[in-house]
Every structure is written in structure tokens, then in C-alpha cells.
Design a protein around this ligand. Structure first.
Ligand code: HEM
Ligand code: NAG
Ligand code: NAG
Ligand code: NAG
Ligand code: NAG
Ligand code: NAG
Length: 324
């Protein structure tokens, strides 16, 4: 199984890499001459933010995901645009409101990047690089980020509502949600591995504690009930780690799925224990850290290449919160 899946995976990788290179024109050396200090500036600002608060790594990784998963636009910094009286953007979309975070950190990174290279590095690229640096900072794999995305001048709240998967989704809905982005079931398992970092609010897993206990380990369910009471409105924003080690990029997320300890309904959908669906991939990555390390980077590149604006499309925003 390992041989077959790694062969299939390599073919897909080659295919998507070619697509990314030929249509998106992203390149890992995009800023080599225009802003040689861009990557080191981003990295040190990301590390400083994570040193202050470990969870920021998770929050920055998730921001890049929510920027990219959009049925109309792709990784184009649209998630960073603030709402105002004449503009409604993605920050207040259902999956994002009171949920995504890290905007002040992105502002701070942008300010530092602007001070080394005025209006050269896009907010969309900052998100992609900050996601990678966050993974590395908490002990995960490094990979070369493709660059050259430009920033959107528009955003669509409706599209954000419709594109970002919900924690209530079942397996087939998760698979088709990823397929609509050109991503495979294996990518779904790999990218969900990002839930090795960070936290989720009670509102996102309450149903699972009181309505679904047979798919959730009983001892975990009872300890979660103490932080997430039945009655809606009580403790809605209380946090639980998504795996047992929320500040360490590791394979514990997959281990816990094997033990029926996935926090979100959508997490546990990836492993049902009957050999169906993506059970095989979850088992495989739980046991093969090296393969997860290598394959996670590939999946992040495919996600990061979704419909970027390149060339003279879009703009290089001066302030990530608003169009120029
Ligand atoms: C497969 C479908 C996915 C679903 C249904 C999903 C859902 C969620 C939910 C409900 C939360 C908690 C939000 C809250 O408490 O308000 C969360 C957190 C998180 N998600 Fe996902 N997610 C998915 C895929 C991904 C992917 C692909 C990534 C990144 C590559 C990702 C990265 C994260 C991270 C790092 C956190 C923790 C954020 C923090 O602590 O600030 N997720 N996700
Ligand atoms: C997006 O969803 C939120 C709540 O889930 C809703 O309040 C908002 O009106 C939706 N926006 C659009 C444009 O459909
Ligand atoms: C940055 O460049 C823009 C034009 O690209 C210019 O309008 C602005 O004044 C410059 N800012 C600084 C601080 O140099
Ligand atoms: C998954 O959810 C979709 C949409 O809610 C539903 O139509 C479908 O029947 C569900 N599939 C399974 C296997 O439960
Ligand atoms: C459990 O499911 C029922 C029926 O679908 C629903 O009415 C109820 O609100 C759910 N309870 C929780 C705590 O989610
Ligand atoms: C509202 O936000 C949009 C998008 O960033 C921007 O184009 C517009 O100038 C903003 N309007 C005000 C009044 O700030």
C-alpha cells in the first residue's frame, strides 16, 4: 500500500507542480533580486510572534488555508481585508467570524517587510511564508514556498461561506469540498494534519459530545464536557486543543484519530476504523513521520498554488487590511 500510494502521490505531485509552474508562474526565487531580505524578515517576525504566544503558529497556518480555500478567488490576501461601511469581506464570513486570528501579527510583518522593500512583497505571499515558518517553528518540516502571488482588490463573503469546509461535514462532503479545489483525498488527510497545532472553540465540537458519543472516546468525551457544557451560550468560546500536543508539529493528531479521539466531527470522519474512506492514509501517516513530513510540504504547495493572481493582475497592497 505504501508503494502504491507513494507512486500515485508522486504522479500527482509532478502533475500539480507542472500546472502550478505553467499556469500560475509562481517561483521560489521570485523576490531574490527585488527583495532579497523578504524571507528572513518574515521569518524573524513570525518567530518573535510565536515566542510570545505559541498558538500564533496555528493561527497563521490557518489564515493561509482560509485565504486559499475560496471558490472564486484563491491565495490572494482577500481574507485580510477589513469590512467597512461600503465593503463586506471574508473576515465576517461564517467560518471566520470570531475564529480566525493573527491579523495584528500580519500587520506587523507587513510593516517590517515594507521597511526593507517598499511595495514589493504581497500580503498573499506573506501569508504563505508565515504558514511555512510557523510549521517550522513548532518542529515541523520545512519546504520551499512558491512566491509571486499578488493581492486581490476584491473579496467575496458568499464564496468564503460556501468554500471553507465546516466541522459538521461528513467524509464524502470533505472529499468533494477538497476535490472542488483540485485536491485529493490524500491531500485532505495531509492538510488536516495541520490540526496537530492549535485549538478549537466549544461551539465547534459541542454536538459531538452530546449527540455522537459512540464515535468519540468516552474518557475524552467526559473531560471535554467539563469545559463545553450542553447548554448553548455556556462556555461557547472555551478552547480545547485539537490534539494532545497543540504546540508541537507531530503525528499525534493521526494517533488520536486511531483512538477515536479526534476533536472535531470532521477530524474523526477521516478515520472510521473499518478500513473505509481514508482510514489507510491516517494509519500510514500515524506510523510514518518521515512520510508525513515530506508529503505535508507537497500538499501545502498545492494548496498555496490555488488560483493566485500573478503578473499584472491584482496589486501589491500597501496595507494588508485595505485595497490601495
Ligand atoms: C478539512 C477540513 C477542515 C475543517 C472542517 C476545519 C475546521 C476547523 C475548526 C472548526 C477549527 C476551530 C475554529 C474555532 O475554534 O473557531 C479549526 C482550527 C484550525 N484549523 Fe482547521 N479545518 C479544516 C482543515 C484545515 C486545514 C487544511 C488547515 C491548514 C492547512 C487547518 C488549520 C487549522 C489550525 C492550525 C487550527 C487551529 C487555529 C488556532 O488555534 O488558532 N485546518 N479548523
Ligand atoms: C455568510 O454566512 C454568515 C453566517 O454564517 C451570514 O451571516 C452571512 O450573511 C453570509 N454572507 C453571505 C454574503 O451570504
Ligand atoms: C512606496 O512606493 C510608493 C509607490 O510605489 C510611493 O507612493 C510611496 O511614497 C513609497 N513609500 C515610501 C515610504 O517610500
Ligand atoms: C454526507 O452529507 C451529505 C450532505 O449533508 C448527505 O447528502 C450525504 O447523504 C451524507 N453522506 C453520508 C454517507 O452520510
Ligand atoms: C443534538 O441533536 C438534536 C437533533 O438533531 C438537536 O436538536 C440538538 O440541538 C443537538 N444537541 C446538541 C448539544 O448539539
Ligand atoms: C472600504 O474597504 C475597501 C476595501 O478594502 C476600500 O476599497 C475602501 O476604500 C474602504 N472604504 C472606506 C470608507 O474606508
Amino acid at each position: 500500500m505504501a508503494r502504491i500510494s507513494s507512486y500515485t502521490f508522486s504522479s500527482l505531485l509532478v502533475f500539480f507542480t507542472l500546472v502550478a509552474i505553467s499556469s500560475a508562474q509562481l517561483s521560489s526565487t521570485f523576490y531574490s533580486s527585488s527583495c532579497p531580505n523578504a524571507l528572513s524578515t518574515i521569518k524573524s517576525a513570525v518567530n518573535a510572534a510565536i515566542n510570545k504566544e505559541k498558538r500564533m503558529a496555528a493561527s497563521l497556518l490557518r489564515l493561509h488555508f482560509h485565504d486559499c480555500f475560496h471558490c472564486l478567488q484563491g491565495c490572494d490576501g482577500s481574507v485580510l481585508l477589513d469590512d467597512n461601511s461600503t465593503f463586506t469581506g471574508e473576515k465576517t464570513a461564517g467560518p471566520n467570524l470570531n475564529s480566525i486570528r493573527g491579523f495584528d501579527v500580519i500587520d506587523n510583518i507587513k510593516t517590517q517587510v515594507e521597511s526593507v522593500c517598499n511595495q514589493t512583497v504581497s500580503c498573499a505571499d506573506i501569508l504563505a511564508v508565515a504558514a511555512r515558518d510557523s510549521v517550522v517553528a513548532l518542529g515541523g518540516p520545512s519546504y520551499q514556498v512558491q512566491l509571486g502571488r499578488r493581492d486581490a482588490r476584491t473579496a467575496s463573503q458568499a464564496a468564503a461561506n460556501n468554500s471553507i469546509p465546516a466541522p459538521t461535514f461528513n467524509f464524502s462532503r470533505l472529499v468533494s469540498n477538497f476535490a472542488s479545489q483540485g485536491l485529493t483525498m490524500q491531500d485532505l488527510v495531509l492538510l488536516s494534519g495541520a490540526h496537530t497545532l492549535g485549538f478549537a472553540r466549544c461551539t465547534t465540537f459541542r454536538d459531538r459530545l452530546y449527540n455522537e458519543s459512540c464515535t468519540l472516546d468516552t474518557s475524552l468525551a467526559s473531560s471535554l464536557k467539563s469545559i463545553c457544557p450542553l447548554q448553548s451560550g455556556n462556555g461557547d468560546n472555551n478552547l480545547s486543543p485539537l490534539d494532545g500536543t497543540p504546540a508541537k508539529f507531530d503525528t499525534v493528531y493521526y494517533d488520536r484519530l486511531l483512538q477515536r479521539k479526534g476533536l472535531l466531527h470532521s477530524d474523526q470522519q477521516l478515520y472510521k476504523g473499518d478500513g473505509s474512506g481514508s482510514d489507510g492514509f491516517v494509519k500510514f501517516y500515524s506510523k510514518h513521520t518521515g512520510a508525513f513530513w515530506e508529503d505535508f510540504g507537497g500538499a501545502m504547495l498545492r494548496m498555496g498554488a490555488l488560483r493566485p493572481l500573478t503578473g499584472s493582475n491584482g496589486e501589491i497592497r500597501m496595507d494588508c487590511r485595505k485595497v490601495n
